[in-house]
Design a protein around this ligand. Sequence first.
Ligand code: KG4
Ligand code: ZN
Length: 356
Amino acid sequence: MIILGIETSCDETAAALVEKRDGSISILSNVVSSQVELHSQWGGVVPNLAAREHLKNILPVIEKALEKSGKEENGIDAIAVTNGPGLIPALLIGVNTAKTLSYIWKKPLLGIHHIEGHIYANFLSYKLKDREEKQLFPLLCLVVSGGHTQLVFMKRHLSYRIIGETQDDAVGEAFDKVARILGLGYPGGPEIAASAQKNSPNSSKFNFKLPRPMITSHNFNFSFSGLKTSVLYTTKKHQEFLNDPAFVSAMSHEFQQASIDVLVAKTIAAAKKYKPKTIMLAGGVSANTELRKQLETAVKNNLKNTNYCIPDTTYSLDNAAMIAAAAHFRLETQRSKSKLINNWKNLKADANLKLK
Ligand code: KG4
Ligand code: ZN
């Protein structure tokens, strides 16, 4: 079975061909056209500019994905597209392109939730047989992206229960905003991570202590807006040092560590209550090396016999291979194949689509 995945929910135009055979997934092609340079001038994604770029790039990106895979339209069994959540002008480009192709090529069409895609990016990296896959469940996934921070409990494939989430900013959003406060580039996540790495805690003349919001709260929710405001006030107080790289790297380091401390503590606390067999990490912030390392250490030290899954960093950030991967699992559970005939008519983009 081969699925063409399409993703346009934010600022990447992406298409990929993914094959699933005997339980094993292979990526035939994965094309991502990034708009980072365009949006960096504005310090964030401008929805209508994103839509214009998606419109310009979507067909060339799909053509390239087909070409790289060596497949043609008749080699594709289904089309999958992110239908939410995300920026509506951006989502509409991907959804309407996918609907048109589904109509012309007479292929079934699947709408995939963006976060479901991020979770299934993990299944691109793990060449697991169906039987082994079952031993991963129940699993607890820490979803960390530019729009989401959630703890998702999954008893089985495609079954989601959100047991905790951010009450305000997503952690990726906080990384982006803090980078802006510190005069670093966009997107902020990789900039903060690189700056934090340059910090030498023992010799730095700066030693900040930021709060760890909600770390001891008796639930699995998060809050990152107060942490970001703390960075803002501390930076304002030390305005004269903003051009000092030692100041910026000390602040980046402490902000990153405060975020990781909360994410790790909440994940471990939730795991102690829900007793999953696997801890999984997903979303753009899962590209963060320190988070990947520190969560792994915490899982080893605090949870016995628990698997730890992280996506290959190539698939941490937005891409279409993850959308096609999720669609393979959805298609397998679809009992009535007749429902898939002409189903493009029913698919709608939804900026606030819920994970279910
Ligand atoms: O999943 P994603 O590509 O898009 C959304 O679905 O939102 O995530 C983008 C977010 C941005 O906020 C970006 O700053 C953050 O992921 N990010 C990182 C890193 N790489 C990307 N955050 C921390 N460390 C990184 N290395
Ligand atoms: Zn994403």
